[in-house]
Structures are given as C-alpha cells and as structure tokens.
Design a protein around this ligand. Structure first.
Ligand SMILES: Cc1cc2nc3c(=O)[nH]c(=O)nc-3n(C[C@H](O)[C@H](O)[C@H](O)COP(=O)(O)OP(=O)(O)OC[C@H]3O[C@@H](n4cnc5c(N)ncnc54)[C@H](O)[C@@H]3O)c2cc1C
Length: 313
C-alpha cells in the first residue's frame, strides 16, 4: 500500500469509517489484506460528497458488495473501499409508483434475502437468482445469473452515482444485459427498480427451491471460492463452451498451487484452503489454468472474478 487516505475526506460526513480494515472476512474467498479505509455512508448525501472529494483528490474508490465475486490481494488495496451496508443503502421499497409488482432495491440489499421475501409476498420474476450470493449492486454490475436467467431480466431502471458524485437514472430501454456483462456505466449502482408479477406464493417458493437445489447439486457451494472463476468462452459459431469442461478436459480437476485448488466437483470453481489460504495462490493458479487451457484447446479463458490489488489486477 502507498500513501494513507486522509481522514479529512470523510471525518465530517455521516459515515462509519474503519482505517486499515481487514477485507478477508468480507469476501467469500476469505483471504486477502486490508483496505486503506473502509467507509459505509449512512445516507446518500454523504456518499455523494465523499465520492466528489475522492474524485477531486484522485483517491481510488472501490465498491464492495457481498464479496462473492472478489479476490483481494494479500497486500490489500489503497484508497477508499465503500460498503453500502447502512440501512438506507440496503433497503427495499415495495409498491413503487403505486404498482404492486414493482420494487426498488438499493445497491447494498441482499439478493438472497430479497428473493425469499418476494416469494413470501407472492411476487415472481427474481427466482433465477436463487443461490447466487450477492448484493443487488454486485449482481447488476456482473449481470449475475445462470441456467434460469439473469438479474437483468427483471430490471425496469437503474440509478448510478457517477465518479463525479452525480446521480443518473437509466431506463431499461437504454440498458443491455448480456452474459455476465452489462453496459451500466462505471460508478456506484445505487438502486434498481425491478418489475415482477403477482403469483401464488407457494408456486414462487417451489420454483425457488427447485432452482436452489439444482445449484446445490451441481456446484460446491460450501467451498471458499467466488463461484466460477472464468466466463464460458464464446466460440466462432456464436455458442458458448463451458469453461469448466475445458478445464476438466485439460486434466486440471484437483490441480493445486499452494493453498488454491481446482474443485473436484466443478472445474470452474477455484477454491482456497480455509486455513492458510493466500490470494497470491488463487491468482497464480488462475494464470496457470489460462495457460494450460490455451495449450490444450487454443482457447483463451477470460476471468469472471474481479481481482483487487496492484500485484494481481
Ligand atoms: C458459491 C458461489 C456461487 C456463485 N454462483 C454464481 C452464479 O450461479 N451465477 C453468477 O452470475 N455468479 C455466481 N457467483 C458469483 C457472485 O455471486 C456474483 O458475481 C455476484 O453478482 C457478486 O455480487 P457481490 O455483491 O458479492 O459483488 P462483489 O463480489 O462484492 O463485487 C463484484 C464486483 O461488483 C462491483 N460492485 C459491487 N457492488 C457494486 C455497486 N453497488 N455498484 C457498482 N459496482 C458494484 C464490485 O466493485 C466488483 O467489481 C457465485 C459466487 C459464489 C461464492
């Protein structure tokens, strides 16, 4: 880490701030170093002011969701790491614009909790997110999803705070949601209005259960990992090949580098030992898998997991 982030950037704002904040326990990998400062703004005005000041002083700002798609370097990260976990920034508002099927979910809201609550209320349209650990902001940033659809399927509009601290709202018509990619501009995803539909709560809950058990049976959900390390590569004929299959065919199931290993259950899940795990091992194994898959199949894998830190980015 380099120069410490000055506390004058946030000391007078309505925020919770922790200097030298360990990030490992805030990610699913459970490894990695500290944030120079971890800041949780308690309201939107404080968030905007902080973002403006960081922009002015060229202090890097990173947004942490639920840490399910993130590897933090063992050396930690400089600048500000933002957490949208205050009550205001993780709230969910029902009956948006007087419409029972619309909810506004703020960026820090837990997707897992939201899908459960929607089922309870008999609102359908987000079950495809069953078993995908995420905040709403993180899910939108990655357009998270899987076999049953993606979060983009439910989006009506999205609000983003741009790096200069201004708020912009994008309607569905101007947004593209593709495989693990969206054109939502860089910045902090503040909220999304999701359009759902009324359905019998039992039917919604049954669908949730079915999707969740599919995931549980096909993926090692309890390992310390970030889900799939690589995107399924696009082939010349426009279809996508399973990255897990390519890694498996390259005989890499169970392959290990230090504390990191390819899951024996799902070859695209790169896990790490819960004791003595190191981010550098995960970064190194990811690099070696890319080389080995390229040598075997002539296909270059692209990472899905986001890496933070100068030595691994
Ligand atoms: C066991 C397991 C299973 C998984 N299965 C799936 C799956 O089936 N499908 C799938 O798509 N993914 C899956 N994942 C990966 C992960 O769940 C998703 O990528 C999820 O969207 C990450 O959300 P997050 O809030 O944890 O984001 P984080 O990991 O915290 O952050 C990921 C990226 O999003 C950015 N981000 C976070 N919040 C915001 C915000 N408010 N505004 C702007 N940017 C933001 C971060 O800066 C970072 O670049 C799995 C992960 C695990 C651990």
């Amino acid at each position: 880490m380099t120069v410490a982030t000055p506390s004058s950037l946030y000391a007078d704002l309505n925020v919770d701030a922790i200097a030298d904040a360990p990030l490992a326990s805030r990610t699913w990998y459970g490894v990695g170093g500290k944030a120079d400062v971890l800041i949780s703004p308690r309201d939107l005005a404080s968030l905007a002011m902080l973002v403006r000041r960081c922009h002015r002083d060229q202090v890097p700002v990173r947004v942490l969701g639920s840490g399910a798609n993130l590897l933090v370097s063992d050396a930690g990260v400089d600048g500000v790491v933002l957490s949208l976990d205050s009550p205001e920034l993780r709230s969910v508002e029902y009956n948006q614009q007087g419409c029972v099927e619309a909810v506004r979910a703020w960026g820090g809201a837990s997707t897992e909790k939201l899908v459960q609550e929607l089922a309870r209320r008999g609102l359908a349209g987000l079950e495809q997110m069953a078993g995908i650990p995420s905040s709403i902001g993180g899910a939108l940033a990655m357009n998270a999803g899987g076999r049953f659809g993606c979060i983009g399927d439910a989006v009506h509009s999205v609000a983003v705070m741009t790096p200069d601290g201004n708020e912009r709202v994008f309607l569905r018509e101007s947004l593209a949601f593709e495989y693990r990619h969206t054109n939502i501009p860089d910045g902090i995803i503040l909220w999304a209005v999701l359009r759902l539909r009324e359905e019998n709560p039992i039917t919604v809950r049954d669908r949730l259960k079915e999707y969740f058990s599919y995931k549980k049976n096909s993926q090692p959900m309890s390992d310390a990992s970030s889900g799939c390390m690589f995107k399924n590569p696009l082939l010349a004929d426009g279809t996508r090949e399973s990255a897990g299959r390519l890694i498996d065919l390259a005989k890499l199931k169970g392959f290990r580098v230090g504390s990191a290993f390819v899951s024996p259950k799902h070859a695209n899940f790169i896990a790490v030992d819960t004791v003595g795990g190191r981010a550098s091992d995960v970064a190194a194994i990811a690099q070696q898998i890319i080389s080995r898959v390229f040598d075997t199949h002539g296909i270059m894998l692209e990472r899905e997991v986001v890496f933070w830190g100068a030595d691994i980015e």
